[in-house]
Design a protein around this ligand. Structure first.
Ligand code: GLU
Length: 487
């Protein structure tokens, strides 16, 4: 029975890398869902930067992507509380224990003293480190300083020149020397909050976490955490550090590369199933060469030990390709529902019109659905159904209106529309046959001028559907506009 956890800090919107960590935890757990448990732990010990809004956003983004957990601050569970700020009493017991056993001590060093230590040790064979000045304080001195109310941290003793070795499920064997860890580490800050490397260990142990799956950026923290496990005499969980996601220039994915937060992708109109599919492929490959996989297929095939060591490069073209695929596959009513806010925001529709013309809206979406890479593309694609007095988009479009057949063709189109009892499906599907029969014009000579006259463009959605969507008044107004100005 495995227990994994996702342990985000609610200090900002969720980064793509973090959501991939959540996904890998989820896939690992789901893979054997009868036995495994996913825990959500909120690491809100940075009082300045943590906020409940960001915590709420974490829940929303995870729900949106379809990542579920069975224990967490919102769900409760046997190992409550799941918010670190509510576990301070628990951490206190362990500082005390470590101090009692001589494995940790109070430190009263001032920022100036710490700075001096850093300067003095920089450039030596080991990396800059704390000198251990307060290790030597007597218990009377400590007592007196505490009574005085001198700002104090608690530090954990790190033995010097000690090899720390562990086997990472992704990275393999890792060996590091304790001298590279910066000296005795702070485990309780002067504001009374634990540091990450301490609280994570206490919680992972007390919450019976068996697998710690997180990003490679934490690989340097793991040796410090291992020392805390050892000092407390606890078994360690298995560790798996997923490789960092890079931008196309092979540096760590950041703002410079475009969107970095999952919410930005949601807002741009990426579908959750597309991101789920794409993110799963960052550092993991399914068997065979099929890359479009449903959630169930991914859950079924995912194996933690198949996560690759190489750093994946975030490839927006691939994500776009996957997203376009899922948009194409999706139910049109769903896409219409997702598109509606974009159309309203763009001023193409009001909320009331969207409700009143729901059927029309769905037909319009069906007409452009296959051409959408993301839902936000919809405004540009459907603009032709809204604007009046369209101008031909380019020289090619103007050229299409110059043929000698055009005036007669468009006049006939106009009168046929005027006479039609209704601009319905039957009329729209038959109109080109009628035009062809009466004028003898065929193919491109027929379709191109008509398309340009009613949409201003040489290429675009299906003309029959376009006629239906535009309706009599718009069609006539556009044909008139073209006849009066361009023909
Ligand atoms: N709060 C840490 C973070 O968001 C958790 C890291 C871990 O999974 O141990 O990066």
């Amino acid at each position: 029975m495995a227990r994994a956890r996702f342990a985000p800090s609610p200090t900002g919107p969720i980064h793509i890398g973090n959501i991939r960590t959540a996904l890998f935890n989820y896939l690992f757990v789901k893979n054997d869902q009868d036995k495994n448990t996913m825990v959500l732990r909120i690491e809100d010990t940075d009082l300045q930067r943590s906020s409940s809004q960001y915590e709420k956003l974490i829940y929303e983004e995870l729900h949106w992507l379809g990542i579920e957990w069975s224990e967490g601050p919102d769900k409760g569970g046997e190992y409550s509380p799941y918010r670190q700020s509510e576990r301070l009493d628990i951490y206190n017991q362990y500082y005390e224990k470590l101090i009692r056993e001589g494995k940790a001590y109070y430190c009263f060093c001032t920022p100036e003293e710490l700075e001096l230590d850093k300067k003095q040790t920089a450039g030596q064979s080991s990396s800059p480190r704390y000198s251990g000045r307060c290790r030597k304080l007597t218990s009377d001195e400590v007592e007196a300083y505490l009574k005085e109310g001198k700002p104090a941290t608690i530090r954990f003793k790190i033995a010097s020149d000690k090899p720390i070795i562990f086997e990472d499920m992704v990275k393999g064997r890792i060996e590091i020397n304790s001298d590279t860890l910066g000296g005795d580490m702070v485990i309780r800050k002067s504001d009374g909050m634990p540091t990450y490397n301490f609280s994570a260990v206490i919680d992972d142990h007390l919450m019976d976490i068996t697998h710690v799956i997180r990003g490679e950026d934490h690989l340097t923290n793991t040796p410090k955490q291992i020392l805390v496990y050892d000092a407390l005499g606890w078994d360690k969980p298995a560790f798996a550090h997923a490789p960092l996601i890079l931008g196309p220039d092979r540096t760590k994915l950041s703002k410079r590369h475009g969107n970095t937060y999952i919410g930005q992708y949601r807002e741009e109109g990426y579908l959750p199933e597309a991101l789920f599919n794409y993110l799963a492929l960052l550092s993991w490959s399914p068997e065979g060469d099929r890359e479009l996989l449903s959630r169930d297929e991914i859950v079924e095939q995912f194996r933690l030990d198949k996560v690759t060591r190489a750093n994946p490069v975030f490839d927006i073209d691939k994500l776009n390709w996957i997203n376009a695929h899922y948009i194409k596959e999706a139910d049109t009513a769903r896409i219409a529902g997702l598109a509606e806010p974009y159309l309203i925001r763009e001023g193409l529709l009001t909320q009331q019109q969207a409700t009143e013309k729901a059927e029309w809206l769905e037909l319009m979406i069906a007409t452009v659905q296959d051409s959408l890479v993301k839902i936000s593309d919809v405004t540009d694609r459907v603009r032709i159904f809204f604007d009046d007095g369209l101008t031909p988009e380019n020289d090619q479009a103007l050229e299409a209106l110059r043929g000698e057949q055009v005036p007669g063709l468009l006049s006939l189109l106009k009168s046929t529309i005027e006479k039609a009892p209704s601009i319905d499906e039957e009329f729209c599907s038959g109109i080109f046959k009628v035009l062809q029969k009466e004028t003898g014009i065929k193919g491109k000579q027929l379709f191109m001028p008509v398309r340009v006259a009613v949409t201003g463009q040489c290429h675009g959605p299906d003309l029959v559907k376009t006629f239906l969507l535009l309706g009599r008044d718009k069609l006539l107004a556009r044909i008139d506009h073209i006849l009066n100005n361009y023909v």
